[in-house]
Design a protein around this ligand. Sequence first.
Ligand SMILES: [Zn+2]
Length: 262
Amino acid sequence: MHQKDKTTSISWNSRGVRLERIPRLRGYKIFVQPNSTILLKIPSGWSDTKILETLGSHRDWIEKCLQKAIEIQSQFHPYMLVEGEKYLLLGEFYCLRFEPAEQKKYSIVVKGQTLVVQVPQKFWREGFSSFPHPGLKKYLMQFYNTQAERLLVPLFWKSVRTVGYGPKHLSLRNQKTLWGSCSRHRSAIQINKKLIAAPLFVSEYVMIHELAHLKFSNHGAGFWAEVEKNCPNYKQAEEWLSKNHYLFSFFENNQDLFSSYL
Ligand SMILES: [Zn+2]
């Protein structure tokens, strides 16, 4: 595609619905985003009547999603990198703290239950700790990436030893919507780096789940039996992920969730 086709909007049910017309799209797709935006992707040439009819036929589902979006928003905390803010690492909360340090670059270290941002003397000034520093987010992300490489990679190969089979390739990625994925024909597994925020037993479950996909491509009974054999507490891990997924929002840009309010 050369560029995005016209994005317009339509009023439906006293709400605005964003429309994205895509030439040669087969069928249509409806998205309800966490910031309550409703997006409808349709082929070019649909009439307003057809659009409203389509939205109407999914009204219950859309309402349910909007309800869920409000729930997510109420639990969502816009992270500002301010002292005292709590960040999840390995399933536990660490409090952010700033301190001046004899070094040229910012770095982040763990001290007890604290994530200490070491601030080079030349940037340190009176009251540094009383302001939010959203610009330092890239250092926080670097810290999480390093922790992920250091801890998740060995955990993966330990899981391979547990199950007794493994892929040729492993990569840690920043995936938007998946905790992990498996490509059987390439013998490759991708694990979401953000899992470093979760307890290790949860990451281990995701790894064992993806490893089981090397044997079973579907989620049938054989697949779950294989997962359970290697990870008896897998239901607990799934429950943890579904209850706590919103605690991972500090990895995202705050604007992604709240763009409709800006
Ligand atoms: Zn799966």
